[in-house]
Design a protein around this ligand. Structure first.
Ligand SMILES: O=c1ccn([C@@H]2O[C@H](COP(=O)(O)OP(=O)(O)O[C@H]3O[C@H](CO)[C@@H](O)[C@H](O)[C@H]3O)[C@@H](O)[C@H]2O)c(=O)[nH]1
Length: 92
């Protein structure tokens, strides 16, 4: 299986990525590292002893997403790239 994995460098994403690679699946991580670091991907590669594609890009950039999908040709997409939830404000 080939998985296109947005937000794959994040907390939940990097755990999912580890599981995908451990199953022998291929992955392409698409992430802008706005709340994560490429170092997380290095750690996953070391932990799993697997290499995978990495694309640094903005999920809102339709052309960049299309180009990455066209090149990788995934079987499935796991989409975790997203902004953190809005803060909770106490009512006045
Ligand atoms: O426009 C965007 C926004 C985010 N990202 C990426 O998406 C990933 C999101 O991951 P993260 O911020 O770690 O979120 P979660 O994996 O949902 O982790 C949530 O849950 C964790 C466990 O509770 C907390 O530690 C985190 O702070 C909280 O955001 C990161 O790699 C971001 O760089 C993009 O690529 N594009």
């Amino acid at each position: 299986m080939k998985i296109f994995h947005t937000g794959g460098a994040g907390y939940i994403g990097s755990h999912i990525l580890t599981e995908l690679l451990s199953r022998g699946w291929d992955a392409c991580v698409f992430d802008n590292f706005s709340s994560s670091s490429p170092k997380a991907l290095d750690r996953v590669a070391t932990l799993t002893n697997r290499q995978f594609q990495r694309v640094e890009g903005d999920i809102r950039d339709k052309d960049a997403v299309k180009a990455a999908l066209r090149e990788f040709q995934p079987d499935a997409v796991i989409h975790l790239a997203g902004r953190k939830p809005a803060r909770w404000f106490e009512p006045a």
